[in-house]
Design a protein. Structure first.
Length: 51
C-alpha cells in the first residue's frame, strides 16, 4: 500500500498536536521550513546527510 507523502505528514502533524500537545504554529513552521529548505540551494548539501 502506497501512502502519499502529504497525507503522512498531515497525520503526523495531527498526532503531534493531539498527543504531544505541540503548538500548532510549531508544527506549521517545521513543515513549511522543511518544504522550503528542500527546494532551496541547500538541498544537495542536506541530501547525503539524510540518506
Amino acid at each position: 500500500m502506497n501512502v502519499p507523502l502529504w497525507f503522512f505528514v498531515a497525520c503526523v502533524g495531527v498526532l503531534g498536536i493531539r498527543l504531544v500537545r505541540v503548538p500548532w504554529w510549531l508544527i506549521t513552521l517545521l513543515l513549511l521550513g522543511g518544504y522550503l529548505l528542500a527546494g532551496s540551494l541547500f538541498a544537495p548539501v542536506i541530501d547525503p546527510a539524510l540518506k
